[in-house]
Design a protein around this ligand. Structure first.
Ligand SMILES: Cc1cc2nc3c(=O)[nH]c(=O)nc-3n(C[C@H](O)[C@H](O)[C@H](O)COP(=O)(O)O)c2cc1C
Length: 193
């Protein structure tokens, strides 16, 4: 495969993952930098991908620490690995945050199923929680359908580069791609794995 073909296939795999809960890149690691300049990483679901603009979309609770981290420092890396294809994709980029009042968040919220919406209706992520028994929050009532909307935010990552790495026994392959601010490909090269 040529550089251009593997780059296109990498983005196609990300796009497919956004539509398929069972795809290898469906869950990726979102890395950010916290207030102490320490690295932070967590799993997230890939919700959308625009291969032409080289953007990725992630949903989160705006009360979670990552949201405040990204307001202070927009630099991120998205890291994914697909066990079926033995492919690692590493995408450094810049995060743009779309809070609950924005059209982007409103449109994404409207597409969410009720059970996903309900995950935004609980207490602030990371706060201490009291439990009545295994898995049962004290005094839990089923949340109203719109209850989590004010906490729902969308993170759009504009990739500035793609580091593509395929494990192939004795013949690992690696390539690096760079993008302009609008996602246009500006450089591509094979590199030593
Ligand atoms: C498989 C998996 C998928 C997850 N997907 C998301 C997600 O899409 N958005 C999100 O905010 N948290 C998601 N989480 C929870 C995060 O990993 C993390 O625990 C939480 O967002 C708090 O992160 P923070 O304290 O760094 O803000 C997921 C966790 C797992 C295990």
């Amino acid at each position: 495969m040529t550089l251009s073909e593997i780059e296109a296939a990498g983005w196609a795999a990300l796009q497919q993952a956004a539509a398929d809960p069972h795809a290898g890149f469906r869950t990726v690691t979102l890395c950010s930098v916290d207030a102490a300049a320490a690295p932070q990483a967590r799993m997230v679901v890939l919700r959308a991908c625009d291969p032409a603009r080289r953007t990725l979309e992630i949903h989160t609770d705006i009360r979670s620490p990552k949201w405040a981290e990204l307001i202070a420092d927009r630099r991120v890396t998205v890291l994914g690995y697909c066990a079926q294809t033995r492919l690692q994709l590493r995408l450094p980029g810049t995060a743009t945050l779309h809070g609950p009042e924005t059209p982007t968040a409103a449109a994404a919220w409207d597409r969410l199923p009720p059970w996903t919406r309900s995950t935004y209706a609980g207490g602030p992520p990371g706060d201490e929680r009291a439990f009545a028994g295994p898995g049962q929050p004290l005094g839990a009532e089923p949340p109203a359908d719109g209850a989590g909307r004010a906490c729902f935010g969308v993170i759009v990552v504009q990739a500035v580069a793609l580091d593509w790495f395929r494990l192939q026994r004795q013949d690992n392959r690696r390539a690096r791609f760079h993008y302009g601010p609008d996602g246009a490909l500006t450089a591509a090269a094979w590199v030593n794995p």
